[in-house]
Design a binder for this molecule. Structure first.
Ligand SMILES: *Cc1c(COP(=O)(O)O)cnc(C)c1O
Length: 366
């Protein structure tokens, strides 16, 4: 079996794989109703929210799009605070829907600068919302959402729309305590699940915004999800298989406890960074305190052929790394360590790197 170290999906274990093989049920019947209610309760605990949480059949981007089309109207002004490719995507979604965005961009490998965030909102007092990525998977950077939300919500009373796709269920997040109006996440990241489901939380403020929003929407209209939830059904045919697996994963999350789960991710993140540095490589985000505990971005040193590195890792060692996206192509590679990643998965990756690096132009002595 390949050591799949992409930042989602991550290999699944037998218990989850078996639950995916469960026979189909009627998604408008009583068994599904129980499963929907139970999993939604479990999701709320992980989001740390009393707000509504909905399950969308789709990838994380569907939940990002849902955040936009359910709270904004064409012509609304928003600030998109972005530190990477996924932050930029939030902006592109807005643009396609005619939202008037001010882009507050930070260099790849850095986090959102709080002073600049404040200045930007100050200069654009009529914005309705601020969009921000909790964990930017393209650069391996975690933003301090608590502090950002204190400014966006606490000081300026704007809607906070969060891409928590690679953070929720891996990195601590407190939806209600931090005042996050919409948080989007997806099953193939920290949830120990296959791709296929997106989860989205929706605050009362987000519902107010929904009532004012004139954006066209159909599949992603959260009002439909709400209306159907009240009768214990999904609005459209769900991925029943993924829902069975979600039930299994949430039972395990409950057993493990969120504290230990976050601790496990922090430990594996630290172990990955320490091991990478021992090889003589640099972590792409320079500041340790913003380095992600779900995905480590590693700088490819001058003279090293990054493409050959990723290829050799796959063909000769069965370790699947992710390259850099957009402007970071050839400049970094990434190691995913969310969900069920074990120390031995990372050790195996590091051992293979030790062999491959000198073969692709790395000259520092190991
Ligand atoms: C993976 C990821 C996405 C994209 O999610 P899809 O499930 O591929 O649509 C968006 N944002 C972040 C932060 C991610 O990690």
């Amino acid at each position: 079996m390949a050591n799949l170290r992409t930042p989602g999906p991550i290999p699944l274990d037998d218990e989850i794989l078996e639950s995916l093989g469960t026979q189909m049920i009627n998604h408008r019947g009583p068994e599904y109703k129980d499963l929907l209610f139970k999993t939604t309760e479990g999701l709320k605990k992980v989001f740390a929210t009393k707000n509504d949480v909905y399950i969308i059949t789709g990838s994380g981007t569907a939940a990002m799009e849902a955040a936009v089309v359910n709270t904004l109207s064409p012509g609304d002004k928003v600030i998109n605070a972005t530190v990477g490719v996924f932050g930029n995507r939030f902006g592109v979604i807005c643009e396609r829907y005619g939202v008037d965005i001010t882009t507050l961009e930070f260099p790849f490998g850095t986090d959102v600068d709080i002073t600049k965030l404040r200045t930007c909102i100050e200069a654009n007092p009529d914005v309705k919302a601020v969009m921000i990525t909790h964990n930017e998977t393209s650069t391996g950077v975690t933003n301090n959402i608590k502090i950002a939300a204190e400014i966006i919500k606490g000081e300026y009373d704007k809607l906070v729309l969060v891409d928590g796709i690679s953070s929720v269920c891996s990195i601590p997040i407190e939806t209600d305590a931090w005042g996050l109006d919409v948080v989007a996440t997806a099953s193939q990241k920290g949830w120990m699940l296959p791709p296929g489901l997106a989860f989205i939380s929706f605050s009362d403020r987000a519902w107010q915004a929904h009532a004012e929003s004139t954006m066209p929407r159909f599949y992603l209209d959260m009002a439909e999800y709400k209306r159907y939830f009240e009768i214990g059904q999904p609005p459209f045919t769900p991925s029943i298989s993924c829902m069975f697996a979600l039930g299994t994963a949430l039972d395990r999350i409950e057993q493990e406890g969120l504290g230990p789960l976050y601790e496990r991710h922090a430990t594996i993140g630290q172990f990955t960074r320490d091991s990478i540095r021992e090889l003589g490589l640099d972590i792409f985000p320079e500041r340790e305190e913003i380095a992600s505990n779900t995905c480590t971005a590693v700088s490819i040193p001058d003279g090293v052929d990054g493409g050959a590195l990723v290829t050799k890792m796959r063909t000769e060692h069965n370790v699947i790394l992710a390259g850099g996206q957009a402007a970071l192509s050839g400049k970094i590679f990434r190691i995913g360590h969310m969900g069920l990643t074990s120390h031995s998965d990372i050790q195996e990756t590091v051992d293979a790197l030790k062999v491959v690096l000198p073969q692709v132009g790395f000259t520092k002595s190991l």
